[in-house]
Design a protein around this ligand. Structure first.
Ligand SMILES: Cc1cc2nc3c(=O)[nH]c(=O)nc-3n(C[C@H](O)[C@H](O)[C@H](O)COP(=O)(O)OP(=O)(O)OC[C@H]3O[C@@H](n4cnc5c(N)ncnc54)[C@H](O)[C@@H]3O)c2cc1C
Length: 657
């Protein structure tokens, strides 16, 4: 209709008529929605209203203007949904008219050009081609223009430096920060990495590395106790807990060079060990331990400040004392024996891994979880298996138990929990808080710059914060809290920070694996049954039991399963859960398959060495194939072979199964 208006009324009148007509029409739809159709619109499009409402609350008129200029939602939807927000009708009218004006002009102009066509060859006239090309590139120009406008608004009041000391400054040298800096140096950018505490962050110093070292010692102790299982004599492991903890620290020290200042400086990264704080969108204040304060400017900044353990506000907790994953490695290293009675608060992956390890190293462990089951993110059967394996190792797993307070009575320490309305007292020697980790959001300038946070730093799909030159990666950005996701995000943050003005990349969260290093390990990628149900996604479930795997039997670890969720009737993998030895390693093949769109047929058609654990993946694919065998073709094949043997009379007896 806009094209027709251009053809009929010419550029000026066409634009005026369409501009008023469309704005009045939009406002009428808006008013109808606000006063008459409110329930119908709410029921039909209510879920889309959420993002529009959030935008309006943030910045009403400007947000509507951006929707009009670059329509993310169809206009009819915007009119109806806006009627349900708090925006004033007059504001809606004038912002709509202004926002749609440029687009109207482009279309009316194309209409005027069409009207001038008087022969077929005129279709290829430069002015007509140009006006239609303009229709095509208008959204891109509008998007770019909006980006510039947004940036202007965000940076308003700050003086942008004329030159910069660095291309990139990275705050925090955990997985997220290290990888960001590494990438920047690899592409010859001038990059500074600032770390306030220990190079390597949580993973190296308090997380993955020490916990896996401890898990290994604990597993060996457990295997010794159960040596009979392997045809040897059961043996009570004799060990010094102090030495076990010493080994943990030695392992950390051995891995340390991978994340060291020296290594990163060799790679071309300038490393500063000091506390960093944003003072404006391009300037970082660096406070050295000797009191020196330095300022560096950078075109872009990556925030990779990580997360720290959450300590629940339990009355009396400070009086009885507690450890977290941050403090436990040093605190327990002072002990000759593992804590006799250890309470582990929390039934998540970290709580489970540590509860099992300490139980295997001789502690009486009581694990307290408020939720109905441990490892709540996993399927119920996985939680059950995890619980059973913890209990086998002597852990008392208390689910649906809420920690209320701690009390000290002389030397004895108590945790009071509530279950079914009844209070219980748990006496302990040490208490480990493992109830989750919270992003580090304060003290380094987010508040002063008004960078939005909501449990984590709020970023868009390019990992940009509200300031397009400041990015976030790793635990501080969420939504995942893994070393590999921090590293994954770091690539996007660094590349978008350095080259975003040329091309930006949306962070890809489609295939994210993770593993809980319990014994047996629990590994996941993509959907599980629980999530599929919650999201209403139809899936086909294929299982292969590891009790059937030759290598698992030989290793005395024939338990667990590979569970694959596929699109019904197709071999496309939607998610996999593996419970068993080396589950985390086995998962890699499915991660690769999902990432590159390879289905179960491709896994089945791949040679897996015998006898390996990896064969379990192939057998799972085989189970799927068997379930999809073409029964009718097989029936006829049976008949064919019977005929080939020369006994046609028996063809009728071929079983359908
Ligand atoms: C017990 C435990 C076991 C874990 N096991 C695993 C596992 O098996 N697999 C896995 O993938 N993940 C595991 N994790 C999680 C993993 O450790 C984290 O996801 C990962 O370390 C996140 O990296 P990051 O770079 O985001 O943050 P971090 O590693 O926390 O690094 C952030 C760094 O920023 C520094 N910093 C903060 N503020 C400033 C500032 N203002 N100036 C300068 N420096 C600053 C901090 O000192 C810190 O070193 C485990 C965690 C724990 C606690």
């Amino acid at each position: 209709m806009t094209l027709a208006a251009g053809a009929l009324f010419g550029l000026m009148w066409g634009t005026i008529i369409v501009s008023f007509a469309s704005s009045i029409g939009a406002t009428l739809a808006f008013l109808v929605s606000r006063y008459l159709l409110i329930d119908t619109v709410q029921n039909k499009f209510g879920d889309r209203l959420k993002s529009i409402n959030e935008g309006i609350q943030r910045d009403g008129a400007f947000y509507l203007f951006t929707l009009r200029l670059v329509p993310v939602f169809p206009f009819f939807l915007i009119n109806l949904l806006m009627g349900l927000t708090a925006i004033r009708a007059a504001t809606f009218y004038w912002v709509s008219q202004l926002g749609m004006l440029a687009g109207t002009l482009v279309f009316v102009n194309a209409g005027t050009q069409l009207a001038q066509l008087n022969s077929l060859s005129g279709i290829l006239s430069p002015s007509l081609l140009l006006s239609f090309a303009l229709i095509g590139i208008f959204p891109l120009i509008a998007k770019k223009g909006l980006g510039v406008m947004r940036a202007r608004r965000v940076y308003d009041g700050y003086q942008k430096p004329k030159t910069f000391d660095r291309n990139l400054i990275v705050i925090g040298a955990g997985a997220g920060g290290l990888v960001s800096a590494y990438i920047a140096a690899a592409v010859k950018a001038k990059v500074t990495l600032i770390e306030a505490h220990k190079m390597g962050g949580d993973c190296l110093n308090y997380g993955c590395v020490p916990s896996k070292a401890l898990i290994k010692s604990a597993k060996l102790a457990n295997q010794m106790r159960n040596a009979g299982h392997y045809g040897l004599d059961d043996a009570i492991p004799k060990f010094s807990f102090r030495k076990v903890m010493q080994r943990v620290h030695e392992v950390v020290a051995k891995v340390e060079p991978h994340d060291s200042v020296e290594r990163y400086e060799e790679l071309g990264v300038e490393v500063i060990q000091a506390y960093a704080k944003l003072v404006d969108p391009w300037t970082v204040e660096i406070k050295h331990s000797d009191g020196r304060v330095q300022h560096l400017t950078s075109r872009a900044i990556v925030l990779a400040t990580g997360a720290s353990p959450f300590v629940p506000p339990l009355p009396g907790l400070d009086d009885v004392g507690y450890v977290t994953s941050d403090t436990m490695w040093d605190e327990f290293a002072k002990l000759d024996e593992a804590p006799k009675r250890l309470v582990v608060l929390g039934g998540g992956p970290i709580g489970c891994e540590l509860a099992q390890s300490f139980a295997r190293l001789g502690s009486e462990v009581i694990q307290v979880e408020m939720a109905p089951r441990i490892m709540m993110r996993e399927d119920e059967e996985v939680s059950e298996l995890a619980k059973a394996s913890l209990e086998r190792d002597g852990v008392t797993v208390l689910t649906l138990h809420k920690a209320l307070r701690c009390e000290k009575n002389g030397e004895s320490k108590h945790l009071i929990v509530e279950h079914d309305g009844v209070e219980k007292i748990i006496e302990f020697d040490a208490l480990l808080c493992a109830v989750g980790r919270v992003a580090r959001l304060s003290g380094f300038g987010l508040e002063e710059l008004g960078i939005e946070t909501n449990r984590t730093i709020v970023t868009n799909e390019y990992l940009e914060t509200g300031y397009p030159n400041i990015f976030a990666a790793g635990d501080v950005a969420g939504p995942y809290q893994f070393t590999h996701t921090a590293a994954h995000q770091a690539w996007y943050a660094a590349v978008n920070a350095l080259f975003g003005h040329l091309k930006k990349f949306k962070v890809d969260y489609r295939v994210i694996p993770w593993t809980t290093f319990l014994d047996p390990e629990v590994a996941r990628v993509g959907l599980n049954e629980q999530e599929a149900k919650e999201k209403g996604i139809a899936v086909e479930v294929t299982r292969y039991g590891l009790d059937d795997l030759d290598r698992a039997i030989a290793d005395g670890a024939a338990y667990g399963f590979v569970k694959v969720l596929t699109v019904p009737g197709k071999d496309r993998i939607l998610g996999v859960t593996i419970v068993g030895e080396y589950a985390g390693d086995l998962m890699a093949e499915f991660v690769l398959a999902m990432k590159h769109g390879l289905g179960l047929n491709k896994i089945l058609g791949t040679i897996h060495a015998y006898p390996t654990w990896a064969e379990a993946n192939k057998y799972a694919a085989g189970e799927w194939k068997r379930a999809h065998a073409p029964q009718k073709v097989l029936l006829w094949l049976g008949r064919y072979h019977t005929w080939r043997r020369g006994s046609p009379s028996k063809t009728a007896k071929v079983s359908k199964n």
